[in-house]
Write a protein that binds this ligand. Sequence first.
Ligand SMILES: [Fe+2]
Length: 274
Amino acid sequence: MGELFSEERSGEVVAASFEDTPDERLREVLTSLVRHLHAFVKDVELTESEWAAAVDFLTRTGQMSDEVRQEFILLSDVLGVSMLVETLNHRSGGTATEQTVLGPFHLVTSPPRELGDDIALDGTGEPCRVEGRITGVGGEPVAGASVDVWQANADGFYDVQRPGVLPERNLRGLFTADEDGRYWFRSIVPCCYPIPVDGPVGELLRSTGRHPYRPAHLHFLVSAPGYRTVTTHAFIADSPYLDSDAVFGVKESLVREVVEGVLTFDVTLQPDDA
Ligand SMILES: [Fe+2]
């Protein structure tokens, strides 16, 4: 007979139930998850009502999620898990542009646009030119790199948060860098905004006295054949909340000043060795 469940050995006993998982990685992940989960429950001596509250919280987090609202990503973001996964998986080694969170608003495809186009379709905000150059770590231009950008409007809303009110694909664009790796387009100066607080994640922030704000930023997803895709932001230098981002996304190397209406953001890509 195998070992029976006990308070002392609960984590080991349950972990052992996954011993025969054919996929080695799945076995490793589940075994570790169970051990940590059991240690956590013992650490806080979880009560039955707290367990029920957790089940209710996670249930509502799932129910809140759909194709344009991702409450689970938001939960992962405010717990710093999204940022940790990014950090573990994209160590830049100090030579390439650092990564940060994808965030919950890249749920629609950015429309292909021509270099120089204006992505601000709703007519609000302070106009700004965004430009930069995509290079490899050796300084070589990455001609034809794909530069996917998205940002919130002057009121702090992404297009998908205000369907029917904001123009579709407002402040989103998919650009192709030129022969010299350069890209440029028109937009507005990003501003800080609160993450959505009308769901379970908002409850979590309120009950813990945390503010929901993210410092001003513009999202970038830059990719090219032969290079590792980089998911990152350009953060605006004088923005509030740079040192208290609700999702822990700020890295010093990503902060830029808007100089005379121009935001310059160069991106250095690592070779795709994998
Ligand atoms: Fe954002």
